[in-house]
Design a protein around this ligand. Structure first.
Ligand SMILES: [Ca+2]
Ligand SMILES: [Ca+2]
Length: 204
């Protein structure tokens, strides 16, 4: 019996870690862990960049901010494993405000890390202002696309501070707090983005 339980335990561990996906209790429902962040990738529906951004906000998250090579690699590895070679995926960056200056919408911060595909960003026909990932040679790379008229899948990411509310009691307290003072959890996260997550409660 002991051996059977051990084998079941090992099987569950393997299943929940399949393809690097962790059924992580720190991620909100519907999200999964890739590297250090929790993601929701809506691969069955395509939408323009604004709709994608709205979709993420409806799920208390924002389109993904990709801050490092390791984050880009984690997302790339997942998309490759899922064989999404013919699909495009929106992230949160755009140069809507100033042509050629890509900024993350949710944080207001410049896009310091990038993995552009060759020849991109090209602002094709003067109409490409939103950043999406597409598969070119051996991996997913960034390409600017038309925000309104191109349709791609959203990659939503929960920002870090949400993790400290992983406990159910904290989650419900946090929700009441958010409902009282803000539109949604993502607003709180955006405002507190540069602060130490552990100071989130004491800061307010
Ligand atoms: Ca542009
Ligand atoms: Ca382009």
């Amino acid at each position: 019996m002991q051996g059977f339980i051990t084998r079941v335990g090992i099987l569950l561990f393997v299943v929940t870690n399949f393809n690097g996906l962790n059924a992580d209790s720190n991620c909100a429902e519907g999200f999964f862990k890739l590297g250090e962040k929790c993601y929701l990738i809506k691969a069955d529906t395509r939408m323009n960049w604004y709709q994608a951004s709205h979709f993420c906000r409806q799920h208390n998250s924002d389109l993904a901010v990709i801050e490092s090579e390791s984050e880009m690699q984690s997302i790339n590895d997942y998309l490759v494993q899922q064989k999404y070679f013919d699909s495009h995926f929106w992230i949160d960056a755009s140069d809507l405000a100033t042509e050629g200056e890509f900024v993350y919408h949710s944080t207001g911060q410049p896009m310091n890390y990038s993995r552009w595909s060759v020849g991109q960003p090209d602002n094709y026909k003067g109409q490409e202002n939103c950043v999406r990932l597409w598969y070119t040679t051996n991996g997913f790379y960034m390409n600017d696309g038309a925000c309104f008229t191109e349709f791609a899948h959203p990659i939503c990411a929960l920002t870090q501070p949400f993790l400290i509310f992983s406990n159910q009691l904290f989650k419900s307290t946090f929700k009441n707090f958010v409902d009282t003072f803000f539109h949604d959890e993502a607003s709180v996260v955006s405002i507190s983005y540069k602060k130490n997550p552990t100071n989130l409660l004491t800061d307010w």
